[in-house]
Design a binder for this molecule. Structure first.
Ligand SMILES: *Cc1c(COP(=O)(O)O)cnc(C)c1O
Length: 483
């Protein structure tokens, strides 16, 4: 059907698009080639080869279509990134125009390019006032590698050579490069490849469902923040460079901290002069109903990692917003900063980001999530808590999660959980998948992060889909005698 030629000709593009519309893919053949040659990220290769991957061929708005012609509601925005939804022709046009004009030039050696300059200025405009500079990377992981090198450089330049330790949290996700995975707190990642690297330590996450027994959310918020101070004192304040955290933990399972958590973290960082890094790779660009999640969570970071939503995933791009406290030192005392990437400030990626941000502004997606669709999602998602399988359901902006439990209880901490080995989350995810709903499972917590362009009617459609999949999961589990 489509040519084997690797020349990206217009005909090839047109024919693939046509094939996608007409659904004339040979799924088995694609799966066979996929198994033969493509090692997927975070995947059990052998297991996938036996099952065969689902082949996605087309996207429009909040929907995807696979090679079998099945329409799927994408509750995860791709991978937390397609904030403006699929099929935005104006982004493809901006990318095409930039490729025709200047597909690439580097920003090393006293050189710059127009989209990178415009995007840096735009990011400064939409970010909190302490940010006036941007460092571009190709991904969120590289953004966090940049943070690690930048905060250590900052303290070196100020003469505090010992101040190199970065404190992060268990179950955090900060990417998959060596520094990213080390900053992250995923035990499955640390087990492979001798991570974390030295100089990175972790504290508990503010997970009320898991660790808040016997406390109000407020009490737990202070408790979870106090773990930071304990760790600072254990390591020695004179050795701690920075604390890093996601305003709301994403890949860890949409862990929404109590409202007083971040202000208390800020107070502790200020008390010891420690830099505060907000990893906003998910929370940035409207996800929580503000341009950046730290604004909603009530803290003022010195550095912000961004990626994903900056281009809505149309082209890879990431980076770090550098606050004045750090930028002033790097600029005034720094000399060469020996760090950067071939694709730092890639003109095509920056052109995609500029158009993406223009769409977010024009369609007022941030305001909509804050005042209209976000509150509506919150109300509708909360109704799922009445389902017999759901012990706890919460949301903020356009992220939400619910915990599947064997037996409900009035006090969430008294819910009876399933055994990990039963993999109930994966069973539930299977029903979602087969019914055309993408909802992710993190253990037995089911999570969503839909495109910000989702309408109120589409929220209704999604909630009904989720509810019916929960019903099917319940019947399945009853059949197994697990509930
Ligand atoms: C996805 C993610 C990253 C890593 O970004 P990549 O572009 O995959 O390298 C870092 N931090 C957070 C919070 C993320 O969700």
């Amino acid at each position: 059907m489509y040519s084997n030629s690797l020349t990206p000709s217009v005909t090839l593009v047109a024919s693939v698009k046509q094939a996608a519309k007409e659904q004339v893919f040979d799924t088995k053949a694609i799966q066979k080639l996929d198994s033969a040659h493509y090692l997927h990220p975070f995947t059990d290769f052998k297991d996938l080869n036996q099952k065969g991957a689902r082949v996605m061929v087309r996207g429009q708005g909040i929907y995807l279509w696979d090679s079998e012609g099945k329409k799927i509601l994408d509750g995860m925005s791709g991978l937390w990134c397609v904030n403006v939804g699929y099929g935005r022709t104006s982004i493809s046009e901006a990318v095409y125009k930039q490729m025709e004009t200047l597909p690439f030039y580097n920003s090393f050696f006293n050189t710059t390019n127009v989209p990178a300059v415009q995007l840096a200025a735009k990011l400064v405009e939409i970010s909190p006032p302490q940010f006036n500079h941007v460092f571009f990377t190709g991904s969120g992981s590289e953004g966090n590698d940049t943070n690690l090198r930048m905060v250590r450089r900052y303290w070196d330049l100020l003469g505090y050579k010992e101040r190199h330790v970065i404190i992060s949290r268990h179950n955090a996700y900060h990417g998959s490069t060596v520094a990213g995975a080390s900053l992250g707190g995923m035990s499955g990642m640390h087990e492979q490849g001798g991570l974390p690297i030295p100089g990175i330590v972790h504290i508990g996450q503010p997970n009320y469902f898991e660790a808040g027994r016997g406390m109000t959310e407020e009490e737990f918020g202070l408790k979870a923040a106090s773990w930071l101070e304990e760790k600072i004192l254990e390591v020695g304040a004179e050795k701690v460079a920075a604390f890093i955290g996601e305003p709301v933990q994403g890949a860890g399972g949409v862990i929404i901290p109590p409202a007083n958590y971040w202000p208390e973290i800020q107070r502790i960082c200020d008390k010891y002069g420690i830099l505060l890094i907000a990893d906003e790779v998910i929370c940035g660009f409207g996800r929580l109903g503000k341009w950046f999640g730290s604004e909603l969570m009530g803290f003022k970071p010195d550095l912000i990692t961004f990626a994903k939503g900056v281009t809505s995933g149309y082209i890879p791009l990431g980076g770090v917003l550098v606050g004045d406290r750090v930028a002033d030192v790097l600029i005034e005392k720094g000399g060469d900063f020996n760090h950067g990437f071939t694709y730092s400030g890639h003109p095509v990626a920056c052109a995609a980001a500029l158009e993406n941000i223009r769409i977010i502004e024009q369609e007022k997606l941030v305001e909509k999530v804050a005042t209209e669709t976000g509150p509506y999602l919150k109300r509708q998602f909360a109704t799922l808590a009445t389902h017999p399988l759901v012990g706890y359901a919460d949301s903020i902006g356009f992220v939400a999660g619910l915990n599947l439990v064997r037996k409900k209880a009035d006090v969430v901490h008294d819910c009876v959980l399933f055994d990990d080995a039963q993999s109930v989350g994966m069973i539930c995810r299977g029903y979602m998948f087969n019914n055309g709903m993408i909802m992710r499972a993190v253990g037995d917590r089911m999570i969503i992060a839909p495109p910000l362009c989702m309408t109120v009617a589409q929220i209704d459609e999604m909630i009904e889909l989720i509810r019916s999949c929960l019903d099917q999961t319940l019947m399945d589990l009853q059949g197994r005698g697990w509930v």
